[in-house]
Write a protein that binds this ligand. Structure first.
Ligand code: NZQ
Ligand code: ZN
Length: 388
């Protein structure tokens, strides 16, 4: 069991109507705001008008950067960083899903340097400073609203690269579950798969950590299993949307990590799918995760699968560990592909084996993933094949 530092400094405003307090919060950081958002959902929902109202009422100057795409492009980051420098921006206000939030974080860092912000990802250039970022979240999925993560896509080089830095954590995040009522069933399902995966990547670990953290993760996963189908049934179910939203933040804000230090496995494999085929992150995770579980299962780690099956999916505790593990994998598949209705294979979304070697090599960073189970490029290739 390793020690750890717990430091999650993002201030969270949670609940119906919290955007009413946005102007007061933004004022703390200066006068000039760069408002960033995606492809138009914020305008359709009326959120844009509310945000602009807050900015104006607080007496702040607003500049805008829109059109941030899912799997956010490095071009948006470059544009935003340049705008920050040109207009002397004091704070970035990111309104949207993980893509808008992630891109805004690297704009915030890019504003402070003279080089291409892609180097933060491609060369891991140091991030010594960043503008403050405030977020209004509209999609429960990535946890970007409370973490220091950000993943950026460079389509020209087929690269989707991310990193985690505490300095990139948002200063404040506004989490109003009603803002997710308009999220489509497909994005709701993908978001749920992403939240599950964030927890599973930590939960399935080669070493033991605090029981309390494992129990917390099981509770978070049960929350997703219970409420994602409810949100699909009734998109305006406040209880469901609220539970998903807060679970999304806590899945990846660092709390459940405790002292675990192993690498994540499914995310690097998925990021190659997104980089080559521009698919939705949560969909790729959903397809890969049950296969990864099956591939990694062995006599030594079967107990973890047993706990997962019994404590998350309510599988009969009197079953043998091997049987419970099998049922746990099936229960997860049923949740993802039947209850959430996500496509269940790579071939079903038009992906073939043509880039598997290159993707596998990149997924292991040309070496191996030291995760729940050590995975070489060959292992990853096999998991891709199982997912076809
Ligand atoms: O662009 P708009 O018009 O806003 O539409 C978006 C987009 O089309 C739409 N949407 C968002 N909120 C909505 C809404 N539609 C209707 N009503 C609303 N309230 O949903 C679509 C997807 O948005 P996006 O931001 O791409 O989704 P998500 O939040 O899932 O973010 C995915 C990105 O985050 C990265 C992923 O790799 C991917 O690039 N991740 C970031 C992480 C982090 N920061 O720690 C960790 C994750 O593992 C993940 O890798
Ligand atoms: Zn994810």
């Amino acid at each position: 069991m390793n020690g750890f530092v717990y430091d999650v400094p993002t201030k969270v405003y949670f609940g119906k109507g919290v955007v009413e307090q946005l102007g007061e919060e933004l004022k703390k950081y200066g006068k000039k705001v760069l408002l960033t958002y995606g492809g138009g959902s914020v305008k359709n929902s009326g959120l844009y008008d509310k945000v602009i109202g807050q900015i104006k009422a607080a007496g702040l100057h607003c500049y805008e950067l829109s059109g941030i795409a899912p799997n956010p492009r490095v071009e948006s980051v470059r544009e935003g960083a340049e705008m920050c420098k040109k207009y002397g921006i004091d704070v970035i206000l990111a309104v949207g899903g993980g893509s808008t939030l992630d891109a805004s974080k690297y704009m915030a860092a890019g504003a402070k340097v003279d080089f291409d912000p892609w180097k933060f990802l491609s060369e891991r250039a140091p991030i010594a400073e960043a503008l403050p970022v405030v977020t209004v979240l509209t999609l429960s999925a990535t946890g970007s609203e409370m973490d220091g993560g950000g993943v950026i896509t460079n389509l020209a080089t087929h690269e989707k690269l991310g990193r985690m830095e505490d300095i990139l954590r948002p200063k404040a995040s506004f989490l109003d579950p009603t803002l997710t009522y308009s999220v489509s069933p497909y994005q709701t399902a993908c978001g749920a798969a992403d939240i599950m995966s964030h927890i599973m990547e930590t939960y399935f670990a080669p070493e033991k950590d605090l029981y309390m953290l494992d129990a917390t993760m099981e509770g978070l996963m049960r929350t997703v299993v219970k409420y994602a189908p409810a949100a699909l049934k009734d998109p305006c179910d406040y209880e469901a949307r609220a539970n998903l939203m807060w679970a999304s933040s806590w899945a990846i804000n660092g709390f459940v990590t405790g002292g675990k230090r192993h690498a994540w496995s499914v995310h690097p494999m998925e990021h190659e799918l997104s980089a080559f085929y521009d698919i939705t992150h949560g969909l790729g995770l959903a397809i890969l995760t049950p296969r990864w579980m099956r591939y990694c299962l062995d006599d030594k780690n079967v107990g973890k699968y047993y706990d997962f099956g019994v404590n998350v999916f309510g599988i009969d505790p009197s079953l043998s560990p091997a049987e419970a593990a099998e049922r746990a994998i099936n229960a997860l598949s049923d949740f993802l592909f039947v209850k959430l209705g996500l496509k269940d294979s790579l071939s079903a979304i038009g992906i073939g084996a043509e880039h598997f070697d290159e993707m596998a090599d990149k997924a292991v960073s040309h070496k191996q993933i030291n995760g729940f189970k050590t995975l070489t490029a060959q292992d990853v290739r096999k998991i891709y094949e199982m997912s076809l």
